[in-house]
Design a protein around this ligand. Sequence first.
Ligand code: AMP
Ligand code: MG
Length: 395
Amino acid sequence: MKSVDEHLAEILATVRPLAPLELELEQALGTTLAEEVSSPVPLPPFDNSAMDGYAVRVADISDVPVTLPVIDDVAAGSDELRAVGPGHAVRIMTGAPLPAGADTVVPVEWTDGGTVSVTINRSAGEGNAIRRAGEDVKAGQAVLEPGTVIRPAQLGIIAGVGRRRVWVRPRPRIVVLSTGAELVEPGLPLGLGQIWDSNSFTLTAAVREAGGEGFRAGTVGDDPAVFLEQLDSHLVRADAIITSGGVSMGAYEPVKEALTPLGTVRFEKVAMQPGMPQGFGVVGDDQVPIFALPGNPVSSFVSFMLFVRPALDKMRGLPAGPPATETAYVTTPVRSPAGRRSYLRGVLAADGTVAPVRGQGSHQLAALASANALVTVPEDVTELPAGSAVEVIRL
Ligand code: AMP
Ligand code: MG
C-alpha cells in the first residue's frame, strides 16, 4: 500500500499553480496576489486632521482659556484653504486638509465649540491630532507582496492606493460530481435502497472554505459511459475535478471503470482509515487534475482534507503541504488497524484533550458533524491508552 505522505507528494508534484490574470477588485476576494502592489502617492496624501476641532498655532494657545476668532471652516474634501494667521483659528473636521500656518489641532471637546469665535480650555502640543502625509505609506512603497491572499483588508489597501484591477492567481474552479445509482437529491423522496446525496454538498462547501470556487455538478448513476459524458461536459470550466464514489473493489465502480483505460488516472490503496481507495491523475487535453475520492461520506471528507486541500493551496500559489497538526491528549483508549494511519473523529477541548466521538464508521456522517478535529494514529500504532499524546488536525 502507498503511504498517505507518498500519495500527497505525488499529487503536489502533479498540480500546478494557476496562471495569473488581471481581475477587477470586486472579483479579487480570496485570490492570491501575483504582483507587488505599491502606492503611487504617499498615504495619507496630505497632512490632515485626525479629529473634529480647531486648527491653530501652538503659540496662541499656551495660556488657556483663550478666545480666538474662527476665520474659516474646513470639511473633509475642502480644497480652498485659508492660512491660519497668528491669533486665528480654523474650524476643521476629521480628514480635512490642514491649512497652512496651523501646527496643531485642538479637539472640539476641549473647546466651547464656537463658530464665530472659539474658547479653547486646554492647550495642545505641536502636531496634536494631525495625520502627516506619508505616515502610513511613502510614495512608491510596496504595500503588498506577491503570494498574499487577498482578504478584506488587503482589498482595502489595493483600492486605497488607487487600483481598480489587480494581477492575481484566481480561486481554483473545482467541479464536484457524485456517483452512485442509489443517490437521490435532498428534498426528493427516498425509495427503497436509496440515500440522499450528501458528498457533493460537503465537498463543494469544503472547496469554498479552502479558497476555491466549488461547482456542484450533482449526481450521476453507475454507468461508466454516462459518467464519462458528464465529466467531459464539465472539463471546460474546471481547474480540477472531484468525484465521489465508484472507486472501490466491487462491481459497479463507474469512476474506476471509466478512467482506468485512459491510463492517466491511477487507482490505488492508500494506507489510511478511513479512505483507503483513492484515485488521482489528469484527464482531458488540458490535463485537468482529477481527485477520485471514495464514496463513504467520512472517507471522502477526510480525503479532501488530506489531499485536495493541499492541492488547492498549490493551485492558489500558496505554500502547500500536509494539514497542520497540534498535540492533544485522548480522553479514552483508541484502536487503529496495523499498517494504516487512522484519522479518528474527535472533539478537541480548550484544555488540550480530545474525545473520540461515538461512531467511527466511515459512513457515520452525523458523528463527523459532531467532531471538530481528526485524531491521527500512526501506521505502526494499534492501540493507545487514555491520556496518550496524539497529533490532531483541527477541522
Ligand atoms: P462507493 O465508494 O461508491 O462504493 O460508495 C461507498 C458508500 O458510500 C456506499 O454506502 C454509498 O452509498 C455511499 N455513498 C456514495 N456516494 C455518496 C454520496 N454522494 N452521498 C452519500 N453517501 C454516498
Ligand atoms: Mg458507488
